[in-house]
Structures are given as structure tokens and as C-alpha cells.
Design a protein. Structure first.
Length: 254
């Protein structure tokens, strides 16, 4: 019973993390990685475990978003291709350095972006849905977000989703595209970790618990993303970014 309780907790975290990620485009890596680090797992093992679980969760979630029309297809290809390249680089770097070194700087950047998103959706027209992102911008965004994600166990969703919203991509299309591209990024990062850490470096029971919780939440989160009004969804993304990253930054300020 004592061995089962931590797995149940991890399953619940996987559910909540995917509900947030599938609805707002952020949260799965951040919430899951934070819990595993708190439980004493090594950073490289944490990032590897989160990404293996996210492979299957992103497949279900991305498929649900695609079926519901929440995906902007021209964004998915450059995000996926350059995200895979960035993920490989980040996973290799993490094998030699600690990802915690980058966390405060990334959190500060995402906090700033969250505030900007809140301000933008507080005054932007509700029906503004045009995308101004160039192919080069989307490709660079995919590479940087996946690199940070591989190093820290989280960052793909917050960086890509927030950047797209600040470029006037429709919120539900930003979230859906990020979820679908996240499948290809996660599988690439996971394979890289398997090659660098070996199969024995994964706590498979933890991966299974995260996967089970995330899989249960994936279809519901995609439906919520489609139902939420444009401005409300964008504002919620901004608020979530501020809340999550303020929690990360505060210990460094006190």
C-alpha cells in the first residue's frame, strides 16, 4: 500500500498536468518535472521520464485537437522538424550539465511573457485571429523551446504557446498545434535519452503512472480548449504562465 500511494499521486499529477497542457498549452512538463524533482529523482532521469510519458499523451492529445479543428497545419511542420533538432541538442547537453542552472532565467522570461499576454488580451479585439509568424520565426521558436524543454523537463508548451499568442495566432490553434508538434518533439527527446542514459535510467512505474493520468485527461482538455472563448483562453494562458513561473522565481528573490 505504501508503494502504491506515490504512484496514485503521480497519476493524479499527470491528469492535472495534461488537463492544463491540453487546454492552455502549458503545464505538463513543468508540473510533472517539479513533482519528480521534489521526490528526489535526478534531473536527467526526470526529464527523460516526463518525455517518455509525454510521447503517448501528446499523441492522444494532438489527435484529439486535430479531430476538433484546433490545429493550424502550417505551424506544425516547422515546429516539429526544428523542435526535434533542438530536443536532440538539449538532451545531449543535459547528459553533462544540470538543467537547474537555466531554470531561473527561463522562468523570468516566461513570467514577462505571461504579463504581456494578459495585457494584450485585456485590450485586443475578441475576433483577432490572424497569424503573423514567418516560417523562420516558427522554426527558431521550435528549436529554442525544445532545447529548453529537454534540459529542464518542461518549457515546450509555455515558450511556444506564449510566443504564438503574442504573434496573434488564435489561442485554440496555438494550443492544438503545440500539442500535436509536441508528440514528434517528445519522441525524439525520449529516444535521445534512451541512447545517452540507457533503458535502465528510466523509472518505468513512474512513467506509466504519468502516462495513465495524462491519457485520461487528453480528450477532455482538447474539448475544453475548443469551447473556451478566444479572449478567455488567451487570458487564462497568461495567468497560468505568471502563476507557475512566479512560484519558480520567488525562492531566488527571498
Amino acid at each position: 500500500m505504501e508503494e502504491l500511494l506515490p504512484l496514485v499521486i503521480i497519476l493524479c499529477v499527470g491528469y492535472v498536468a495534461q488537463l492544463t497542457y491540453g487546454t492552455l498549452g502549458i503545464g505538463f512538463g513543468v508540473f510533472s518535472a517539479s513533482l519528480l524533482l521534489f521526490m528526489g529523482f535526478y534531473p536527467a532521469t526526470v526529464s527523460a521520464s516526463v518525455h517518455v510519458a509525454k510521447v503517448f499523451v501528446s499523441l492522444i492529445s494532438g489527435g484529439s485537437h486535430l479531430r476538433l479543428g484546433n490545429v493550424q497545419r502550417e505551424l506544425v511542420t516547422p515546429l516539429s522538424v526544428f523542435g526535434m533538432l533542438g530536443g536532440i541538442c538539449g538532451a545531449c547537453v543535459l547528459s553533462y550539465i544540470s538543467g537547474t542552472l537555466f531554470r531561473p532565467a527561463v522562468a523570468a522570461l516566461l513570467l514577462f511573457m505571461g504579463v504581456r499576454i494578459i495585457l494584450r488580451f485585456a485590450r485586443a479585439p475578441a475576433n483577432k485571429t490572424s497569424s503573423k509568424m514567418s516560417l523562420r520565426s516558427v522554426s527558431l521558436l521550435g528549436f529554442i523551446a525544445a532545447f529548453v524543454d529537454a534540459i529542464g523537463g518542461g518549457g515546450w508548451g509555455p515558450i511556444t504557446t506564449s510566443s504564438m499568442l503574442l504573434s496573434d495566432v488564435e489561442p485554440r490553434k496555438a494550443v492544438g498545434s503545440v500539442n500535436l508538434a509536441g508528440f514528434f518533439v517528445s519522441i525524439t527527446i525520449s529516444l535521445t535519452f534512451i541512447l545517452t542514459l540507457g533503458v535502465q535510467g528510466f523509472p518505468w512505474r513512474v512513467v506509466a503512472a504519468l502516462l495513465a493520468g495524462g491519457a485520461l485527461a487528453a480528450p477532455l482538455s482538447a474539448a475544453l480548449c475548443k469551447k473556451l472563448p478566444h479572449r478567455a483562453l488567451g487570458t487564462l494562458v497568461g495567468v497560468a504562465l505568471v502563476g507557475v513561473n512566479m512560484k519558480t522565481i520567488l525562492p531566488y528573490l527571498l
